[in-house]
Ligand binder design. Sequence first.
Ligand code: HEM
Length: 423
Amino acid sequence: MTAELDPNGTEPTAEPVIGPDIVPGPLGTPPPEFARRRECGPLDPATMPSGDRVPMAVRYEDVRALLASPTSSRNLRLPGLPRFVSGVGIDDDPDALINQDPPEHTRYRRIMQGTFTPRQTEPWRPRIAAIAGDLLDGLGDRFELVEDYALRLPAHVICEMLGVPVDDYERFVQWTDMFLTTSTATEQARYEGYGDFLAYAAELVAQHRRSPGDDLIDLLIQARDADDRLTEGELVNTVFSLITAGYETTASMIARGVFRLLLHPRQWDELVADPSLTAVAVEEVLRFDGPPASAFMRRITEDTDLPGGSLRAGTVVMPNLNAANHDPEAFPDPGRFDIHRFTDHPPNPHVAFGYGAHRCLAASLARVELTEAVRALVTRRPALRLTGSPESVAWTDGLVLRPVALHVTSAPVTTSPPAAAPG
Ligand code: HEM
């Protein structure tokens, strides 16, 4: 099957809408449309929230080939290229790690890599577990899990790691909300939010230069590769990216994962009975529900053959990670949520953290956060359940998809006393 499109000759639709191509199915499952596409249009164009139409890769093999290909560029800063959302956004930032191609990407990433190895992040596990425990201890039997837990845990973690006052949390919530989870924010509001956030990150770097410590920002200021360091722009951008990527993505994954587990009470009970299963269960959560935002689009620099078709030089393409994670060729019976899927006979690895050069820099930290978030719930709130129907849960409609709110109760289930015997 060949999907040859005119490079950039993608017609924007008149009305910008997310469109049926990427709108989630019931209960946050992948759009039913993905299955049809994988079968008969693996690189067919799809409508992005901007209204631009670009080919979308939905098969596991295509997505991995695309992300690993030296012809896939993250430089989308050429005039007139399609965008995921309209207006100025992350794709326009020349300093962001995610927007670099080799050799700049290789150099930039090598400097940062050392700060996120499992060796660096594993010592944070007890602290992350303690933050999760403290958050839950401060909540009653009935609470709203997204705001009170899923968003707060990674915010606390990234603030502590970077050396940012935890009270600043409220400030960056507003910014990330604006350009990540709400599709209704105007282009102007998103642009201003982006600028304010970068100014805030620049101020944090300046503060740490004035009074150095041993926080992550200080490590990044000192991080070097031979005689090379991050430039000032790269440093500021890194702090910004770590807050946005480290906070909203992880929070959304916690919210999506807990929601999914609560839809499968028997599997939840298994975790309650044996919390040591949590780490492997989290891999299935990542496959089934991850990532909460898709990969960034790629620009093809030379005509490229993928297993599912060919793309011409100049085409901008969307690798859809969630669709790849549900490809039956890679994951048998992909619609079945099974916390044991990755236990004994690990199938193909999921691509929730991406693939190739831009694979998530902090996957090991994200795994620790997700595991400890779920472990704290199953150990401290074993009777957790939704108070309303799963169907009534509203979902965000921006770049990152997650339940807007999850009202839960953890009161032990009481069986009604037997009716008093008459007389
Ligand atoms: C469960 C949580 C997370 C998920 C599912 C996730 C997913 C991803 C994915 C899919 C990519 C690749 C995007 C692409 O190739 O287009 C990525 C890249 C990245 N992530 Fe994560 N991420 C998570 C948490 C984090 C955290 C906690 C941080 C930092 C504290 C982080 C920092 C980054 C950075 C800096 C990149 C860019 C890497 C590069 O361009 O070389 N992520 N992430």
